[in-house]
Ligand binder design. Structure first.
Ligand SMILES: Nc1nc2c(ncn2[C@@H]2O[C@H](COP(=O)(O)OP(=O)(O)OP(=O)(O)O)[C@@H](O)[C@H]2O)c(=O)[nH]1
Length: 407
């Protein structure tokens, strides 16, 4: 058994452990067979039992958003450890303004969706893997819009290629093949097209036959994602979520849409056809520093170097321990067709996030929480973020924010 830190949850099981677990208990990522090489992916895994967070954080006094001043240490006691996510009475309105295909350095292709909303001025993002998730607000026809304008904002089906004139790939194929009416059964109509048709007539676009999609709600962390900080595991979590959502589809021959991607590019000297993935979505919220912003987070780092933990540092700066809310994530997931009975599998250790994303009226159902075990713990320190800072950070997440590093 690899050495993992004393503050790791006792229920945490290393990825390679041969220890048998009772059915339905101690589920880890490895239970979902989501390992690095040659794995089959999450599709086809039986629907897990409903996982609702048993933990409810203690009631704490409300704290106004901080001013970045430097209060006396004693103020901390008055402020209290507000770790609870903010709950909104009403969901914000969101609109997907643009979507673009992003070929990635790992070879997987993803679709970056940029959202505007009526709650803040920020550009929140949905990073979509696989062909089965489409935005309803993106597909909505805008008054007076041309086909070219639709394609420029990403409201097309299939793939763009030089000279394409229609935003709907199926219509394009019909025209090319000289069909006026129904397409023959053998036509390469993509699941994306079917999803799009479904989104016009119903609330849920994600095909229930595929099981609940994997979802991660990720909060922006400039330090961990861009400048290689080893104070937290945020960059690693983002990479891991993308990796899980990029795992190859179990049976490529039956993958809906597997015959469509980049079929217009086959004359290129290399074959850029992306491997169809299991799919999923990372909702990337611009809530830097658990919602306190980068300026305050950097001050909090200095306080941490002066001996305070990540929660105390926030409180000393007159911020809540956690200033985030998740209503935007709920609205974006609904826009992506992930509401309804089928539910989602949420990649997180944060019990508050599970509860908050479900929305004021359970608009989203979290049917499984998939824990995110730090890579360093899983590999006995061979991979992942290491060092005293991240260990202290993770210890505080467990002790004070009550994060759960087991299923
Ligand atoms: N204020 C503050 N924010 C931090 C610090 N380290 C990371 N963050 C921010 O914390 C957020 C990520 O929160 P985490 O507590 O790591 O994880 P979580 O999102 O609550 O839970 P998981 O879903 O399990 O990852 C990002 O917005 C980071 O910018 C820190 O020391 N202080």
């Amino acid at each position: 058994m690899p050495d993992f830190p004393a503050h790791a949850s006792p229920a945490f099981t290393p990825a390679a452990s041969p220890r048998a677990r009772p059915k339905g208990h101690d589920r880890t990522v490895s239970d979902l067979r989501l390992t690095r090489e040659g794995e089959k992916g999450v599709v086809g895994v039986p629907a897990p039992p409903l996982v609702s967070p048993a933990y409810t954080p203690p009631r704490t006094p409300d704290v106004g958003v901080g001013h970045d001043g430097e209060p006396a240490v004693d103020d901390r006691a008055e402020l209290g450890p507000k770790t609870k996510a903010q709950f909104l009475d009403e969901l914000p309105e969101v609109t997907c303004e643009v979507r673009a295909r992003i070929p990635t350095t790992t070879g997987t292709e993803m679709w970056l969706h940029l959202y505007h909303n009526n709650a803040d001025e920020k550009e929140h993002l949905a990073i979509v893997f696989g062909p089965n998730i489409r935005s309803k607000s993106l597909d909505r026809q805008r008054p007076g819009e041309s086909e070219r304008e639709r394609m420029i904002r990403g409201a097309y089906v299939g793939t763009l290629y030089p000279g394409r004139t229609s935003s709907r790939r199926v219509e394009e194929i019909k025209k090319e093949a000289g069909f006026g009416g129904t397409l023959p059964a053998s036509s390469p109509a993509s699941s994306e097209e079917l999803s799009m048709q479904a989104s016009e007539g119903s609330e849920t676009t994600y095909p229930p036959s595929l099981g609940p999609p994997l979802v991660r709600i990720h909060s922006e962390c400039y330090t961990g994602e861009t400048v290689w900080s080893a104070r937290c595991d945020c960059g690693e979590q983002l990479d891991e979520a993308a990796r899980l959502m990029s795992l190859p589809w179990p049976t490529p021959s039956t993958t809906p849409g597997s015959d469509t991607p980049n079929s217009h590019s086959h004359s290129l000297p290399f074959d850029p056809t992306p491997v169809p993935s299991c799919g999923g979505v990372i909702i990337y919220l611009r809530q830097e520093g658990r919602g306190i912003g980068l300026l305050s987070k950097l001050k909090a780092y200095n306080l941490q170097d002066l001996g305070h933990d990540t929660m105390e540092a926030n409180l000393l700066l007159r911020h809540p321990g956690d200033a985030r809310s998740y209503g935007l994530a709920t609205s974006m997931l609904l826009d992506l067709g992930l509401g309804g009975e089928n539910g989602i599998k949420l990649l997180t250790n944060n019990p508050e996030k599970v509860r908050a994303v479900e929305g004021p009226n359970q608009e989203i159902r979290v049917v499984e929480r998939v824990p995110m075990i730090p890579l360093a713990w899983k590999t006995g320190g061979l991979e992942g973020v290491r060092g005293p800072e991240v260990e202290r950070y993770l210890a505080t997440k467990i002790e004070k924010f009550k994060h759960m590093f087991s299923g």
